[in-house]
Design a protein around this ligand. Structure first.
Ligand SMILES: [Zn+2]
Length: 114
């Protein structure tokens, strides 16, 4: 009768729409229908660079500002090219390896896709 997703909290199938929200009558959980659609699996998370390009695993990016490497005196210079990035969860959402520095994590807001 309905194609609404089950409640993310209790898995009840009796969810109903209330405006832009979905409501579960069994545990009273309310959530946004749009967020539910976007949040379908972690792979659906979209990470964008500083200018709005969507980043993917294996992309090559350049750094758009000097970035200090935590716990060292090293600096990743603006314009540094980084190949084969890997997207991860967290505040620093790019995992990568930089020549001369090694493995480190970057914030997507400080990079640009090549
Ligand atoms: Zn529920």
């Amino acid at each position: 009768m309905s194609t609404l997703p089950p409640c993310p909290k209790c898995n009840s199938e009796y969810t109903y729409e209330d405006g832009a929200m979905l409501v579960c009558p069994e545990c009273a959980h309310e959530w946004s229908a749009t967020a539910a659609a976007e949040g379908a699996g972690e792979d659906a998370r979209v990470i964008k660079d500083s200018v709005g390009n969507v980043l993917q695993d294996g992309d090559t990016i350049t750094v758009i500002k000097d970035l200090k490497v935590k716990g060292s005196s090293l600096v990743v210079k603006v314009g540094t090219k980084v190949k084969n990035i890997r997207l991860v969860d967290g505040d620093h959402d790019i995992d990568c390896k930089i020549d001369g520095i090694g493995a480190m994590k970057l914030k997507s807001e400080f990079v640009k896709k090549v």
